[in-house]
Design a protein around this ligand. Structure first.
Ligand SMILES: [Zn+2]
Length: 232
């Protein structure tokens, strides 16, 4: 029985990056836990306004949407961990705080698969999530993690045109692509109009493109950070 841990910077990254995997895993009855390292709202405002009720409400709403979207994909409420750390500022925190947070989930949840951000994303919190996960998952003791993978997030990964995401692991999401798109729509403020890359058109286009690279009608693509083979 697989146990899947997803380490995402902001609510919506998990759907964009691996919403298809979440849906498929839930359908198979696997345990899925999603942890967020930050909220996803405050970067749009000035720091002196962070205590404004309007911003606090928006953060609450974004976190509520995470429960709705992940519930829709089949994740149990008790396996969703939101955070009110300010977004696009994770690089200003002592990294050890994030590493210890991730380590506590590794200890408690004992995942067999771990997904997090690509280290080449434009978004600073995504890069910090990658570096913190790398540190938390360093192989210094016996672990159940056999697959450690990174995902791509539209409106961040593909914007680094000089260091494009280079996947080498594909999952057929043909049966759940519609679920993934509907889950993203539950983040009402995050879906933009095409040609913005965080649009339903581009989410579909990326799934089709990754599908054509792996001969599926739709796929999610990942990079392997570490794969441990223990069945031979
Ligand atoms: Zn993000």
């Amino acid at each position: 029985m697989k146990r899947i841990l997803i380490i995402a910077s902001h609510p919506d990254d998990e759907v964009l990056g691996c919403g298809g995997v979440i849906a498929l895993a839930s359908q198979k009855g696997y345990s899925v836990r999603v942890i967020f390292l930050a909220e996803g709202v405050s970067a749009r405002y000035n720091e002196e306004d962070f205590k404004d009720n309007k911003i606090i409400k928006e953060i609450e709403n974004r976190n509520k949407n995470a429960y709705k979207a992940l519930g829709y994909l089949g994740v149990s409420e008790k396996e969703i961990f939101t955070s009110n750390r300010y977004c696009c500022r994770l690089d200003t925190l002592p990294q050890i705080e994030l590493i210890k947070d991730i380590e506590s989930h590794l200890e408690d949840f004992r995942p067999s698969m771990v997904f997090t951000h690509s280290g080449d994303d434009v978004n600073i919190d995504h890069r910090v999530a990658f570096m913190s996960s790398l540190a938390a998952l360093r192989p210094i003791k016996k672990s159940n993690v056999s697959d450690f993978l990174t995902f791509e997030v539209l409106s961040s990964s593909e914007w680094n045109t000089l260091r494009p995401f280079k996947p080498n692991y594909f999952v057929d999401i043909t049966k759940v692509l519609e679920l993934k798109i509907e889950a993203l729509k539950l983040y009402d403020k995050e879906v933009k109009d095409y040609p913005h890359s965080r649009s339903t058109e581009m989410l579909t286009a990326l799934a089709r493109y990754r599908g054509s690279q792996s001969y599926f009608k739709a796929a999610e693509a990942f990079c392997i950070v570490r794969k441990i083979e223990n069945s031979l």
